[in-house]
Design a protein around this ligand. Structure first.
Ligand SMILES: Nc1ncnc2c1ncn2[C@@H]1O[C@H](COP(=O)(O)OP(=O)(O)OP(=O)(O)O)[C@@H](O)[C@H]1O
Ligand SMILES: [Mg+2]
Length: 493
């Protein structure tokens, strides 16, 4: 039995009376108004599920009422009723979003079908909207969290950039600050959203392959070019091309890229014709590109071209107000993913998170929350399960050796939390292999690595030579990892 509220706006008392009687018989709740302004007041007082709106009213016309409703962004379905259908009215009403027109004198069978359809459609739409919101929420899709003035201002700017025609955008920020996330947000908030978002990491691919990737090639252009291939610029046509770590791109390709940005055309390798492309290029770098320009590793002209719209994401340590909202967001997400119901974080753990510097930025924070949530069996995350870098001290456990991990309950990173400082020293010097089990849901190898690097540096008070020896890697490898994980490498010893 339906119990939707239907508002009838008609100045004829008899019509209101008969429609109300029918509505109630069909199981709807009927509300009434006898004028346009009365109808609008009624909507403000109680939003109905459907409106039956007479075109001719004593004050405002039905069309004006409809316009007002739509201007207020109300998605209530509206069915117009009229004794004297005028083509112009019908056209305008449909343009404004009226769902149907029903003629007077009313045929109640016809009206019943029209109402049922309208309500079904709106129910479907709201279910679809809810579902979409839910999917977005659950996948955390380009949801940028933060309430610091700097991030709010940044998001404001990002929205403007997304809506603009800007063809190039440059995002700079330390590793883990959210450059990928913002690039995605720009694409999916723009009119390009339905077209491809294509991402490529400039540091991962050798120059010659990169050139073919970006611009494509004709058949026979070089030995391996057995068939013609479209480049990413063509693939991304109408959409966005995300060039990550642009600072690593070779000078030769930088010159080629600049030409494409300027002409909006590409030429495949071995090709003779210019192909027009409409692509927004978002470049990102965690290196200071201006420094690159000074060192002559980055072309100045390209830098100017890219930085027409510059976005700088501040490191997390400069916007500590974002830490707790982010923690809450990640708790929510991991509760869902790990089917847990952690309610929050203790005051003590919170203070530690706020004190810490987060060299790995949001990524590091996210990993810390993930790990704590896997380990924590109380309702609130306690300091015990925060990484050693955050708490500033090895965790005091009673168990003297690394313990076997309870089945499926922990990740490798998590298991690290249950080792004593002594056992870690032993582990780091290669004298002991911990008993680890890979949990069913997997783990982040990167984070394990990061933690070991941090531990080695801490133990050697930042002496890189000694730390590298502890980890049995070269000093260059250590330096590379330190850079990658955002450890301060200034304090060389
Ligand atoms: N403001 C934020 N709100 C929610 N999640 C965030 C936010 N900033 C970053 N993240 C999350 O942190 C992680 C790291 O972000 P991202 O990969 O975008 O960083 P990045 O700047 O591209 O790092 P890198 O330079 O290493 O490529 C991702 O999981 C991302 O979703
Ligand atoms: Mg990135």
């Amino acid at each position: 039995m339906p119990n939707e509220k239907v508002l009838i706006v008609d100045d004829e008392k008899l019509i209101r009376w008969s429609v109300r009687r029918q509505m109630e018989e069909w199981g709807y709740t009927a509300l009434e108004a006898e004028s346009g302004t009365g109808g609008l007041a009624q909507i403000r007082a109680e939003v109905p599920d459907l409106i039956l709106l007479d075109v001719r009213l004593p004050d405002l016309s039905g069309i004006e009422v409809l316009r007002e409703i739509k201007q207020n962004n109300l998605s209530i379905p509206v069915i117009m009723i009229t004794g004297d259908p005028q083509l112009d009215d019908i056209k305008t009403a449909i343009k404004l979003g009226a769902l149907d027109f029903v003629k007077k004198p009313l045929d109640f069978d016809e009206l019943q079908i029209s109402i049922a359809n309208a309500i079904d459609r709106s129910r479907l739409r709201s279910e679809r909207d809810n579902l979409r919101d839910e999917v977005k929420k659950r996948s955390g899709y380009h949801e940028v969290i933060g309430k610091s003035p700097r991030i709010l201002e940044l998001m404001n700017f990002v929205r403007k950039v997304a809506a603009s025609e800007a063809s190039t955008v440059l995002i700079q920020g330390e590793s883990g600050t959210g450059k990928d996330l913002i690039a995605n947000a720009i694409h999916y908030d723009s009119v390009r959203a339905e077209k491809p978002f294509v991402a490529i990491n400039c540091s991962a691919i050798p120059e010659t392959l990169m050139e073919a990737e970006l611009f494509g090639h004709e058949r026979g252009a070089f030995t391996d070019a057995k068939a013609q291939k479209k480049g990413l610029f063509e693939v991304a046509d109408g959409g966005t091309l995300f060039l990550d770590e642009i600072g690593e791109m070779s000078i030769y390709l930088q010159a080629k890229l600049l030409r494409v940005l300027e002409d909006q055309t590409i030429r495949r390798i071995g090709g003779v014709k210019d192909i027009g492309v409409d692509v927004r290029v978002i470049a990102a770098s965690n290196r200071d590109l201006e420094q690159g320009v000074r060192d002559a590793t980055f072309r100045q002209d390209l830098f100017y071209r890219l930085s027409i719209i510059p976005i700088f994401i501040p490191p997390l340590r400069h916007r500590k107000e974002d830490i707790l909202p982010l923690v809450e967001f990640f708790i929510d997400r991991y509760n869902y993913r790990f089917r847990k119901s952690i309610k929050g974080i203790t005051q003590e753990a919170r203070d530690l998170l706020l004190l810490y510097d987060w060299p790995g930025n949001v990524r590091e924070l996210k990993n810390a929350v993930e790990r704590a949530m896997i380990l924590e069996d109380a309702d609130f995350i306690r300091p015990t399960y925060l990484p050693i870098q955050v708490t500033g001290q090895p965790q005091a456990y009673e168990n003297p050796v690394p313990v076997a991990v309870p089945e499926g309950a922990m990740t490798e990173t998590a298991a690290m939390g249950s080792a004593t400082a002594a056992s870690w020293r032993a582990l780091a010097s290669g004298k002991m292999i911990p008993v680890l089990e890979l949990p069913k849901q997997g783990t982040s190898l990167e984070e394990v690595e990061r933690e070991l690097v941090g531990l080695a540096l801490k133990q050697t008070a930042g002496n890189q030579t000694h730390a590298a020896r502890l980890l049995d890697i070269s000093r260059d490898a250590l330096r590379y990892k330190m850079k990658k994980f955002g450890f301060d490498s200034d304090s060389e010893s």
